[in-house]
Write a protein that binds this ligand. Structure first.
Ligand code: CP
Ligand code: NVA
Length: 318
């Protein structure tokens, strides 16, 4: 990348919220992926890189988390800064203080805010109230930080994103929304298979397909998991009942019974396919134990890349 182009990208990213991939240009998404790979290499080489010295990230959690919490906190530490874990119940937010006021107040102390919440509008409202960058750490609609880690993993695995086919089998949820938008921005072919009634959000699908027309990506939503998986380089799945949908568990077990990623289904993929899952996983539901614990699975590389991909996002925006 030539120096002037890079400078323009770097300047353009400073101070920005990271709410959804739709807000980022293909060049910005690509730059962040490559920055994640570079920060990973530097960290593994033992190099200290601390552009966020003296800065603090607040992390608001309204849902459980293992990866997001630990990777953001460690990432902030590695970048020279500090992270604060803030659970909804401990904040005045849990007693009715508005999201907007919370954003205003927190911006007087913090240099960035990460939030994991239910309704996507809460993240948008927080970003409206805040004067510091707000990062989406998962909503019911999307999970863009996870998608960045996933595409970093795919890029590292293949050395290129050119010609890659990603198959997603299961629920048309927050995860698939961010994967579709990421595929659209990066020019990737994604084939999604869901049972009837569990398709991805129409608006996200249409927006992704519109962007795909300009980038050469292909976004398909199908019914048949075999068709989606056919000749795929990567097979991705996620839980059938996301956080907040626990009471639908039984109903969903029935609706998704033909959508398990198992030894039979993976036969339709390329022989060197790789298996992806954002985790946490339910073995024996969306994926069989032999697939997730088998030689094609790279789910823990993916989990590791949350750290590096988010360091790139924080270093670029904060
Ligand atoms: N994949 C993911 O976001 O994991 P956590 O829920 O553990 O943060
Ligand atoms: N779709 C899952 C992702 C968890 C990281 C959920 O929202 O629970």
């Amino acid at each position: 990348m030539n120096h002037a182009v890079k400078e323009e990208l770097v300047t353009g990213l400073k101070g920005r919220d990271f709410l959804a991939l739709v807000d980022y240009t293909p060049a910005e998404v690509r730059y962040l992926l490559e920055l994640g790979i570079d920060l990973k290499r530097r960290h593994k080489a033992g190099e200290l890189y601390q552009p966020l010295r003296g800065k603090t990230l607040g992390m608001i959690f309204e849902k459980n988390s293992t990866r997001t919490r630990v990777s953001f906190e460690v990432g902030m530490y590695q970048l020279g800064g500090h992270a604060l874990f803030l659970s909804r119940n401990d904040l005045q937010l849990g007693r009715g203080e508005t999201v907007w006021d919370t954003g205003q107040v927190m911006s007087r102390y913090l240099d960035g805010i990460m939030i994991r919440t239910f309704a996507h509008k809460n993240v948008v409202e927080l970003a409206r109230g805040a004067t510091v960058p707000v990062i989406n750490g998962l909503t019911d609609l999307s999970h863009p930080c996870q998608a960045m880690a996933d595409y970093q993993t795919i890029l590292e695995e293949k050395g290129t994103l050119e010609g890659v086919k990603l198959a997603y089998v299961g629920d048309g949820n927050n995860m698939v929304h961010s994967l579709m938008m990421g595929a659209a921005k990066l020019g990737i072919h994604i084939a999604v298979a869901t049972p009837e009634g569990y398709e991805p959000d129409t608006e996200v699908l249409e927006m992704s397909q519109e962007i795909a027309e300009q980038t050469g990506a292909k976004i398909e939503v199908l019914r048949d998991p075999k068709e989606a998986v056919s000749e795929a380089d990567f097979i991705y799945t996620d839980v059938w009942a996301s956080m907040g949908m626990e009471e639908e568990q039984e109903l969903r077990l029935k609706a998704f019974k033909d959508y398990e990623v198992n030894a039979e289904l993976v036969q339709y993929a390329k022989s060197d396919y790789r298996f992806l899952h954002c985790l946490p996983a339910h073995r024996g539901e969306e994926v069989s134990q032999e697939v997730i614990d088998g030689g094609h699975s790279i789910v823990f590389d993916q989990a590791e890349n949350r750290l590096h991909a988010q360091k790139a996002i924080m270093a670029a925006t904060m």
